[in-house]
Design a binder for this molecule. Structure first.
Ligand code: SF4
Length: 341
């Protein structure tokens, strides 16, 4: 049985060819899957009943299940999606009252090997990579469940996307071509896997690269992100400068503010110094504690003081709006309450 979700138009044409149907039928099926979010073949009402019956003997729309669904008071929805092998991954729909954008935050792996000390996913350890079809199914699941069309995708869910680069790039291609989501509305986040950043530079990627820095110097970074021991901030800086030169794109520096650890005046000055010659914007993320967290959230005053120092250095700085914290869907919280293995 073929699963239609995740197939390219060409792959759907191979199915319709076998059923002696026209390429136009393939295009109709493609639109039902990606643009009209059909959950069943019977919903594809512009196909004849006879053809739908034939198609049902050969194909299914999807074979994933929503295991749990949690809705936040702010409209954020977190799904735990189960794949046929029993593996599960979390995906989050984020919406903002004042914006038309609907953003899906997708997972790229089940668990994660990077093991950042502030992250709930890191505590699960690495289980496996998600295939590009499993990444796509996350967005399709949201679309099918809500009837809404996703406009932006961020790879900021569970896993380190650049350690599953082949599947992430293929998923991005399908988001762009099949879902008609512009490349600039796709964001890939990384903890700083330098060889893969260099690969993206070579590919001249036009989507946004977000780099989780989370510390102003080597000493602090290595205490919260073990990856610093493998790819340190000096080398990371060289890779980021090369990336912006090759792609012409500005990167986003993500910085999680943790009370008394990396949110001091001195830390802000050191960070301003580190990024002064990197073409970047900064996104400050007040830390969201989960059960058993080692860290605490920075005060609003600390966040504002930190922001102001970076702004004085000439950088554009945003403070990420907290979404879904009550359902553990905010940054670093995924995997906190569900066993995703
Ligand atoms: S923050 Fe990202 S890279 Fe670090 S452990 Fe969590 S999922 Fe992995």
């Amino acid at each position: 049985m073929q699963i239609l979700s995740g197939l390219t138009l060409k792959e759907i044409e191979e199915i319709t060819d076998k059923l002696h149907a026209s390429k136009f039928r393939a295009r109709q099926i493609h639109n039902w899957i990606y643009l009209k979010s059909a959950a069943k073949i019977d919903e594809m009402t512009d196909l004849s009943v006879k053809f739908r019956e034939e198609l049902k003997k050969n194909a299914l729309v999807s074979n994933v299940k929503i295991k749990t669904k949690q809705e936040s008071f702010d409209g954020t929805i977190k799904y735990l999606i189960e794949f046929p092998d029993g593996g599960c991954a979390e995906t989050v729909l984020m919406r903002f009252d004042n914006r038309a954008n609907l953003t899906a935050c997708v997972s790229s792996q089940i668990g994660c090997a990077v093991n950042c000390s502030f992250c709930a996913t890191g505590r699960l350890g690495f289980v496996r990579n998600l295939t590009y079809k499993e990444i796509i199914e996350q967005v399709l699941t949201i679309q099918r469940d809500t009837g809404l069309k996703i406009t932006n995708v961020v790879f900021m869910g569970q896993g380190e996307p650049l350690l599953n680069l082949e599947n992430v790039l293929k998923a991005m291609e399908i988001f762009n071509e099949n879902f008609q989501i512009g490349v600039r509305r796709l964001t890939v986040s990384t903890s700083g896997i330098i060889p893969q950043i260099n690969k993206l530079a070579e590919l001249k990627m036009q989507s946004t690269l977000a780099v989780s820095l989370h510390a102003p110097n080597h000493e602090i970074r290595k205490t919260i992100m073990g990856i610093e021991n493998q790819y340190n901030m000096n080398d990371l800086k060289t890779a980021l400068k090369n990336y912006t030169a090759e792609t012409g794109r500005r990167i986003t520096v993500e910085y999680l503010l943790i009370k008394d650890l990396n949110d001091t005046l001195d830390c802000a000055k050191q960070l301003a110094d580190y990024i002064h010659d990197i073409k970047c914007n900064v996104n400050l993320i007040p830390y969201n504690p989960v059960a058993g967290s080692l860290y605490q959230k920075s005060s609003n005053n600390s966040v504002m003081r930190f922001k102001s120092i970076l702004e004085q250095s000439g950088k554009k700085v945003t403070v990420r709006l907290e979404r879904g914290a009550d359902i553990d869907a905010a940054c670093g919280q995924l995997g906190g309450r569900n066993n995703t293995a």
